[in-house]
Design a protein. Structure first.
Length: 255
């Protein structure tokens, strides 16, 4: 019995939308998105640096990060790499890949994923449900994030790119430790460089400059504290009109 059949049996409904009554569909709409996702998905443990999928493979599943971190990247013919996305707990990826996966996805660290089959989801009529609303919200947010990254890589100076990255990571990963936001970067400097279109040397140089200027504090090789958030945000102010409004409040199904 498939995951979709298990959920349908528990709800006493037929999984095919054409066979569902109005009452059956209403019962799905009343379920929390978390309940639906856990019922049709399965957990997948991925060891650090292990691929989840490769570019060009059939896009059979999408994923939610439960713990750990994921990078999506595309390798050019000349060997250069572009990190197209970074995903942390609560983030969803590969939802918009229709027929084949558009790039590679790899675990940055040991990671736990919720893996959901597109086919199982499509067999259920989730229109109007909490899950459908959150899936739509995630799709819009991911598009906005991609547009913002495009502007940063295409138009921003190296300092602006690094400032934007640090503010973004503080928003997504940060916690208040004393008087300043502190966060731990799970990725290597090479991932940051390939995400922002920089070299590893440039990433290290800009971080060093910001540290000397007391804009940030480098507590360990991975842990960063934001000492002057206003200064960081000022560095990207002249680009704000070119970027879509994009809050990094990832509350996909955990909300």
């Amino acid at each position: 019995m498939s995951a979709a059949d298990t959920l349908s049996h528990a709800l006493n409904i037929t999984p095919c939308p054409a066979g569902q009554s109005v009452r059956d569909r209403d019962r799905i709409r009343c379920l929390r998105g978390e309940d639906i996702l856990c019922s049709i998905g399965r957990e997948r443990h991925v060891v650090r640096h292990t691929p989840i999928f490769r570019q060009g493979e059939p896009a059979t599943h999408f994923f939610r990060v439960e713990s750990g971190a994921i990078r999506r990247c595309r390798v050019m013919a000349d060997g250069r790499r572009q990190v197209t996305g970074l995903y942390f707990p609560g983030d969803v990826f590969a939802l918009g890949d229709s027929r084949v996966y558009l790039d590679d996805a790899e675990a940055i660290s040991d990671t736990l994923l919720m893996q959901v089959s597109h086919a199982d989801l499509e067999r259920l009529d989730i229109s109007g449900s909490c899950l459908a609303q959150r899936l739509l919200g995630h799709t819009r947010r991911e598009l906005s994030n991609a547009q913002e990254l495009l502007v940063m890589v295409g138009r921003a100076s190296v300092r602006q790119r690094m400032a934007w990255f640090l503010v973004t990571m503080a928003d997504r990963l940060g916690f208040v430790g004393g008087l300043m936001p502190v966060f731990e970067l799970p990725m290597a400097r090479s991932d940051i460089a390939d995400h922002l279109g920089l070299t590893v040397e440039t990433v290290s140089r800009i971080l060093g400059e910001l540290k000397r200027e007391e804009v940030i504090a480098v507590l360990t090789s991975q842990k960063i504290a934001i000492c002057d958030e206003h200064a960081l945000r000022e560095m990207t102010e002249d680009l704000s009109s070119a970027m879509p409004e994009c809050g990094f409040q990832h509350s996909f199904v955990h909300a």
